[in-house]
Design a protein around this ligand. Structure first.
Ligand code: ADP
Ligand code: MG
Length: 392
């Protein structure tokens, strides 16, 4: 084999993963490649905030649940530009040129996820053509749509990376991502991967403190920690039919929103103090996750819970989760080498690699799709183009 070929074989392809989750707290961007102890390694990470105007427009449209073509089209373009900016900042941080990167996997920003609508759909914006044009890098996007077209929920899609990195022959692992929504991936030795949304993650806690105090989230869960759980409200929240559904199931902040909460608050016998609502939401969220862990049959192997997503920063939520899980160990993915805030973006870098290599990105047992599918579409980056279109 020639030496230059050997060199090429040894250098792993670099991928960029981009996502802004349902918390709409900004774009996570990672540079990742095969390698390292887990098999998929993040080499650089940045968080890129939305400019104020984009954040405001996005919040207005997602809360309202509708918008004019003009607004939606402009937001799609503006968010595409923010994602492109995030790539350029990440390349700068890593000291790399665009040519070094094989492809970008861009999740985009979910505007609406409607897996139970007829016909079902999910809608992410953040124009991938602008990302490809401005970075020159091949850009894979619209990952969820193919799974939906194949009869699936289009989510969760991070399960493939969870399985690739965290599956263990001797331990059953539940990987729990606490983003706006919380989802769980079951990795059981010798058994198919399971995965579904548990229910709300941070979204209700965020919505309540935003409404009452104008803050984006309850830092460390400190407000909740000073309140009392209201047992009646907690029961009402837990009675939602979503929790009794079997997998596959996914949800979003379109459903678990302030209006959902206010409907339940209105049923309370006595007015619940604002701070106690926050405490109750924190207990409820921990319970939703703990129930998802406790209701599966663990099998013959010991269970370990691996947590990722911004929820790990909420100490009060984590304390309540650990309480509810008793003797089951709760670790963070960072303890194994993939920091909690990088996992979702790392998954979209991994999904881009799957698509570029014509490998499946979904797990049909998880999403309910008719079969494994190569996800997304590939927008070509910078390529030499042969002049103008010729007359045939
Ligand atoms: N210091 C913190 N204290 C409490 N919660 C936090 C903190 N930092 C982040 N979070 C929570 O994490 C959320 C963001 O988590 P993330 O995993 O990015 O979710 P998403 O994927 O939905 O964007 C924030 O909206 C907030 O609720
Ligand atoms: Mg986020």
């Amino acid at each position: 084999m020639r030496k230059d070929h050997l060199d090429r074989v040894r250098v792993p392809e670099l991928y960029i993963g981009l996502i802004s989750g349902t918390s709409r707290d900004g774009v996570e961007a990672v540079l990742a490649a095969q390698g390292g102890p887990l098999g998929w390694q993040v080499r650089a990470h940045i968080r890129h905030s939305y400019p104020e105007t984009v954040a405001t427009d996005l919040a207005r449209l997602t809360v309202a649940g509708h918008g004019h073509f003009q607004e939606l089209g402009q937001l799609d373009a503006a968010i595409g530009d923010v994602f492109a900016d995030a790539v350029l900042a990440l390349l700068h941080e890593a000291g790399l040129e665009a040519e070094a990167v094989r492809a970008i996997g861009s999740h985009g920003q979910t505007l609406h996820h409607a897996p139970t609508a007829t016909p079902r759909f999910t809608w992410q914006i953040g124009d991938p053509f602008r990302i490809a044009e401005r970075t020159g890098i091949d850009t894979v996007a619209m990952f969820r749509q193919r799974d939906i077209a194949a009869g699936g929920e289009g989510a969760p899609l991070a399960c493939g990376l969870h399985a690739a990195c965290f599956a263990d022959g001797a331990v059953t692992r539940a990987v729990v991502n606490i983003g706006g929504i919380s989802n769980i991936t079951w990795l059981r030795p010798g058994q198919p991967v399971l995965g579904y949304d548990c229910g709300p993650g941070n979204t209700l806690m965020d919505a309540w403190i935003r409404e009452l105090k104008g803050l984006p989230f309850d830092a460390g869960g400190q407000w909740a920690a000073h309140g009392k759980v209201n047992a009646e409200l907690l029961e009402t929240l837990r009675a939602d039919p979503f929790f009794a559904l079997g997998a596959p199931k996914t949800t979003g902040p379109e459903y678990f929103c302030l209006r959902w909460l206010e409907g339940r608050l209105a049923k309370a016998t006595d007015r619940v103090a604002d701070i106690d609502v926050q405490a109750t939401l924190t207990e409820f969220t921990a319970g939703v996750i703990a129930d998802a862990v406790l209701r599966e049959q663990p099998g013959d192997h010991p269970i370990e819970v691996l947590v990722c997503g911004g929820g790990v920063r909420n100490a009060e939520l984590m304390r309540r989760l650990r309480d509810a899980l008793g003797a089951i160990p709760v670790l963070e993915t960072g303890d194994l080498g993939l920091p909690a805030e990088q996992v979702e973006a790392a998954a979209f870098a991994w999904l881009a690699r799957q698509t570029i290599h014509a490998e499946a990105g979904n797990i049909p047992e998880v999403t309910g799709a008719a079969g494994p599918r190569i996800l997304g579409c590939i927008v070509p980056g910078a390529r030499p183009v042969d002049g103008a279109i010729q007359k045939a």
